[in-house]
Design a protein around this ligand. Structure first.
Ligand code: HEM
Ligand SMILES: *[C@@H]1O[C@H](CO)[C@@H](O)[C@H](O)[C@H]1NC(C)=O
Length: 477
């Protein structure tokens, strides 16, 4: 879950670590000479600050794309003191994320690790990561998601009803509330209302601090976030205590964690590890899904003909369910070809995880180039998703492009390899269920003019997409 704020953060450590950085580069230079491979092409920019200013003086995507044009699929740069190798081709991304994944470890700023918790799976590699991943995947498998659909449906109807009435809402903000609720559901199953409120309030303080400058001085958002994170730990251990005592049988990630048995090859976790991973999953699940949902609303609004097609597809399902008086089913969400393609095209266009970070754990050679040990390595998902070679006319929102077979490894909205998103199926279901009710029972209007992309934690339409919602009064049964 890397974002542009990550880069901002690097500025802070950078200022503190100019000296150690200086030695690092010296070492890297000598090691590259030793091996005889050359570094990838590209400019390291000014001493220390590298190409940071260039990155900030323009749209970050333009920065990456311009360099790809100039240098090709692999190029070096330096951002906020860190030498980086950027990879803009499907093969190179695959090399780092899949084939040689053991040579590239995930890397996150310490301040973020501390907020989420050091034991969360996405900071790890190797056995611990492997074991944890099995547990997380087990709780997010299709069987469990299938059972959650009625609850997800309820949550989306509640959310939509709360927006209806024509007042202006911040779509992203509201979608975050919704995806948080789904996250809670996937983790805890049912949860007492007051416990959920406590979690929600404290988590939102953590969330605010996550995207702030990480100074631990009294009153700073980051410090408040650390304190709220501690309280979250307490709330979670209280929930765990109660579940153990009362032998509560709820489905979800927490139960998977609590019921893990070593003899089945599953890792038994201590309370801190459980807490870190629960916060981690909540974090991975919330903003990502919310920003995709926000983009879907925008793209559908901008493409009225497409919206009509999606509506038509969903109305058929809606009417048959209305007649038979039941809710959406897993089988139905699997048979929404048009809507599904809209979701895929949204994932491509918005590429909300534009890139990710790894760090080379050893000197690595790729196509004759050296990736020195300790350098950051960034697979650029967005560049791949916007390369006209793979996606003709890439700036056009065109779901029909997904009717044709894609070139291998060119579409990675959920990443790839050992760290690929274990929540992808839940995310898709959530998005389909929300879209179903949105287009069949509501209409909406985007407020204000189109003013582009806001590069927050995840890119969203500027202002989080201000919109008005109304419940359709005429239900066509
Ligand atoms: C549309 C929404 C989502 C998108 C686009 C998305 C995308 C991604 C991507 C690209 C990665 C890999 C990051 C990397 O390799 O550095 C990832 C990892 C992850 N995602 Fe998602 N995600 C979404 C929703 C979710 C949801 C709903 C959950 C959980 C319920 C979730 C849980 C995770 C976790 C736990 C990881 C870390 C996996 C690991 O390190 O092994 N994500 N996600
Ligand atoms: C946070 O959690 C604590 C319990 O540890 C609770 O008393 C408090 O009301 C919660 N909410 C906020 C905003 O801190």
């Amino acid at each position: 879950m890397v974002n542009y704020f990550e880069i901002l953060f690097y500025l802070s450590i950078f200022l503190l670590s100019i000296l150690s950085y200086y030695f690092c580069v010296k070492n890297n230079k000598s090691s590259s000479k030793r091996k005889g491979y050359k570094l990838p092409p590209g400019s390291m920019g000014w001493p220390y600050i590298g190409e940071t200013l260039q990155l900030y003086s323009q749209d970050p995507n333009a920065f990456f794309i311009n360099r790809q044009r100039r240098y090709g699929e692999i190029f070096k740069t330096k951002i906020l003191g860190y030498p980086c190798v950027m990879l803009a081709s499907p093969e190179a991304a695959r090399f780092v994320l899949v084939n040689q994944a053991n040579l590239f470890r995930p890397t996150y700023p310490k301040s973020k690790e501390n907020l989420i918790g050091q034991s969360a799976l996405f900071f790890h590699q190797g056995d611990y990561h492997n074991h944890l991943r099995k547990l997380v995947q087990a709780s997010l498998n299709p069987e469990s998601i299938r059972n959650q659909i009625p609850h997800i449906e309820e949550l989306s109807i509640t959310a939509l009803n709360s927006w209806a009435g024509g007042h202006v809402v911040n779509t992203y903000h509201e979608m975050k509330k919704f995806s948080f609720e789904v996250g809670i559901l996937a983790i805890f199953g049912r949860l007492e209302v007051h416990v959920k409120e406590e979690l929600k309030k404290n988590y939102s303080i953590v969330d605010k601090g996550y995207n702030c400058f990480p100074t631990n001085v009294p009153g700073s958002p980051y410090r408040k976030a650390l304190q709220a994170r501690k309280r979250l730990g307490k709330i979670l251990s209280e929930i765990i205590r109660e579940r153990k005592e009362k032998k509560v049988l709820e489905k979800g990630l927490l139960s998977c964690f609590l019921n893990a048995k070593e003899e089945k090859g599953l890792l038994v976790l201590n309370e801190d590890q459980i807490a870190d991973n629960i916060i981690g999953v909540l974090f991975a699940a919330q903003d990502t899904t919310a920003s995709v949902l926000t983009w879907i609303l925008k793209y559908l609004h901008d493409n009225p003909k497409l919206l009509e097609c999606v509506k038509a597809e969903q109305k058929v399902i809606w009417q048959s369910n209305e007649q038979e008086n039941h809710g959406l089913t897993w089988t139905q969400t699997r048979k929404m070809p048009i809507t599904n393609k809209v979701v895929l095209e949204t994932l491509r266009m918005a590429s909300i995880i534009s890139f990710t970070f790894r760090e080379a754990v050893a000197d690595v050679e790729y196509k004759g180039y050296l990736i020195p040990k300790g350098w950051k390595v960034m697979p650029l998902f967005r560049n791949i998703h916007h390369n006209p070679e793979f996606f003709p006319d890439p700036q056009k929102f065109d779901p029909s492009r997904f009717e044709n077979a894609l070139k291998p490894n060119t579409f990675m909205p959920f990443g790839s390899g050992v760290h690929a998103c274990p929540g992808n199926e839940l995310a898709k279901q959530e998005i389909l269920v929300m879209t179903h009710h949105l287009v069949t029972e509501f209409r909406w209007e985007v407020v204000g003019s189109d003013s582009g992309i806001q590069y927050g934690p995840f890119p969203v339409p500027v202002g989080g997409l201000a919109a008005r919602f109304w419940k359709e009064s005429t239900t066509s049964t």
